[in-house]
Design a protein around this ligand. Structure first.
Ligand code: CU
Length: 179
């Protein structure tokens, strides 16, 4: 169901980028235009610091703990092929106090804005219904020793992820680079 939203939003993002709406990306566009490349400009993996040291794989397990941390914050996957991501909560504190999830956002979605909206969504495991179109995929909210596996496929790009439990996203966030 969520996949239905991916294409229009990506198209919109790329459209805005081409117009030079985002000054950060402007330089890349000029390069692409000058080379008359047929490639669609994307936020490239090279811009993500440290990504070159991350193994390219489409099967990942991320752990969350009682110290409010993910053990992995940089993930590198092959675009266009299914990604399997398992979140394991290795903590022992109760879900109500130290629950964790992993929410993959679409490229360009602001983690702080999303995290702020998520706080109010206590009845929906901190997945804000008003922002469903910002989400690529998400796990369940996990209590101690629980785990959840999700599968999704990404176009090339850089996808922010976070734990949307209130107060966690400042530390519990990372990036998935699809290349
Ligand atoms: Cu958390």
């Amino acid at each position: 169901m969520n996949k239905l939203f991916i294409i229009p939003v990506l198209a919109l993002t790329i459209g805005m980028t081409s117009c030079g709406g985002n000054s950060e990306k402007k330089e890349d566009n000029s390069t692409t235009d000058a080379a008359s490349s047929t490639e669609v400009p994307v936020e490239t993996a090279e811009k993500v610091e440290g990504i070159e040291n991350v193994t390219l794989a489409n099967d990942w397990t991320v752990e969350s703990n009682d110290q409010m941390q993910f053990n992995t914050t940089l993930i590198r996957v092959k675009a266009g092929e299914p990604v399997t991501l398992t979140l394991k909560n290795v903590g022992s504190q109760p879900k109500e106090a130290m629950g964790h999830n992993l929410v993959v956002l679409k490229p360009g979605v602001d983690i702080a804005t999303f995290g702020g909206e998520a706080v109010a969504a206590v009845d929906n495991e901190y997945i804000p219904k008003s922002s469903l179109t910002s989400i690529v995929a998400h796990t369940k909210l996990l209590g101690p020793a629980e785990e959840d596996k999700i599968t999704f496929t990404l176009e090339k790009g850089v996808y922010p992820f976070l734990c949307s439990f209130p107060g966690h996203f400042g530390i519990m966030q990372g990036k998935i680079v699809a290349e």
